[in-house]
Design a protein around this ligand. Structure first.
Ligand SMILES: Cc1cc2nc3c(=O)[nH]c(=O)nc-3n(C[C@H](O)[C@H](O)[C@H](O)COP(=O)(O)OP(=O)(O)OC[C@H]3O[C@@H](n4cnc5c(N)ncnc54)[C@H](O)[C@@H]3O)c2cc1C
Length: 371
């Protein structure tokens, strides 16, 4: 345990994917950084636990196609710098409703290579799955090991002098004109800047400190299914239907048989929760729906879920991120169920914000009229 400083240059609250990526970027730039988390590394109370998240370029919004490209380059740089294998490039498939056409148009505009297939062509290529409508395959997609990434970012940040304080909840923040004071159980810390990357806890921690657009916290659940046969690496699959359903290689959570992670993007029966009121239990109705989905769309999988887990989304109404600053307080809330793939880029953009206060994108501002 590093000693808690009484004064630091930049305090980062939250050692999830976003806080660790930010601490790493700031420490590499030579700032004095102190990274706090209320839990210990490896905890499963927030949004970043587990061994696999989808990375991909396939968005209907060209802005996000460009941002994911920058993020992908930074993931590779993080692998080189840390020596950790974080990415597993399996390629990505989008199929289903008309949203797929909008995605194809955006990939075309941004010159991102992709192929269009018929369901029959896709099924002969990936016999373990079924497809419908237009099927898009783009190679610049796969998975990132979220937990390994947090370890790598934290390791790099500490190598560059960042102090790390797990099991240390920040109880409150008071913002002055040019600095902030954090209240901890053990006393206070003065920081020239504070980055709040507190995930689902951000609304409560920033209440009365920075006005936020509406943030809705929901509990989502994921399941892993055994493969019937160890076929070649199947791509990540985004099935544009209602509810949108996604699947990817599960990584460590998939076990020695490389089981597949499958989930609905948004639980249609789930309602708003808080980190304190979330049940932490999988909804049996969701398990039934997803198992039925596997029976219909993944003949290559045993429809018997294992290793299921819950996780929290912190969503804005427009599913865009919040990356902005008010005085000495930087708000880093890039989730809405799709933030992980951007983590190293979010780290750099949040570090820029802490340094010069310019919001990286008008869509990411604190403007309460958003959404
Ligand atoms: C089921 C699920 C599947 C997902 N799949 C994908 C995917 O495939 N691809 C993708 O790109 N994205 C995906 N996402 C989204 C992505 O995982 C999140 O956007 C990302 O993990 C958010 O990270 P975070 O650091 O903001 O939050 P968190 O990881 O929750 O980190 C916040 C941290 O702040 C700490 N904290 C909170 N309050 C305090 C306090 N007062 N003092 C000190 N510490 C505090 C918490 O302990 C926590 O560690 C998924 C999310 C979920 C839930």
């Amino acid at each position: 345990m590093d000693a808690v400083p009484s004064h630091t240059g930049i305090a980062v609250i939250g050692a999830g994917l976003m806080g660790t990526a930010t601490a790493r970027a700031l420490a590499r730039r030579g700032h004095a950084v102190a990274l706090f988390d209320r839990h210990a590394p490896g905890h499963r109370h927030g949004s970043s636990h587990g061994s696999a998240r989808v990375v991909r370029r396939a968005y209907a919004d060209t802005r996000h196609v460009r941002l994911t490209g920058r993020a992908m380059d930074l993931w590779r740089a993080a692998e080189d710098e840390s020596g950790a294998a974080l990415l597993r490039m399996t390629g990505g498939v989008d199929h289903g409703n008309a949203d797929v056409d909008a995605i194809a148009a955006a990939l075309e505009t941004e010159d991102v290579p992709y192929e269009s297939l018929t369901p029959a062509e896709a099924e002969s290529r990936w016999p373990g799955a079924r497809f419908e409508g237009r099927v898009l395959f783009h190679p610049e997609a796969g998975t990132v090991d979220s937990e390994a990434a947090m370890d790598a970012f934290t390791g790099l940040a500490r190598r560059d002098g960042c102090t790390f304080h797990p099991d240390t909840p920040v109880l409150g923040i008071s913002a002055e004109a040019d600095h902030a004071v954090l209240t901890l159980p053990s006393g206070t810390v003065r920081a020239d800047r504070v980055v709040v990357a507190a995930g689902a806890w951000a609304p409560a921690l920033l209440d009365g400190v920075v006005p936020l657009p509406r943030l809705t916290v929901t509990q989502q659940q994921v399941f892993h299914f055994p493969r019937r046969a160890l076929a070649a690496d199947a791509p990540t699959v985004i099935h544009h239907r209602d509810p949108l359903t996604y699947s990817l290689a599960g990584g460590r959570d998939g076990g020695p048989g490389d089981g597949r992670k499958i989930a609905e993007f948004l639980d249609p029966l789930g309602g708003p929760v808080t980190p304190d009121t979330r049940s932490g239990a999988v909804d049996p109705r969701a398990r039934e729906r997803v198992t039925e989905y596997v029976r219909e769309w993944f003949p290559g999988l045993e429809p018997e879920p294992f290793n299921e887990a819950t996780c929290l989304y912190t969503s804005t109404d427009d599913e865009e991120f919040i990356l902005d600053r008010k005085g000495p307080v930087v708000v880093c809330s890039p989730c809405s169920g799709h933030g992980a793939k951007y983590a190293p880029l979010i780290g750099e953009l949040t570090a820029d914000l802490a340094e010069d206060g310019t919001a990286p994108d008008p869509a990411f501002t604190l403007n309460p009229r958003r959404g």
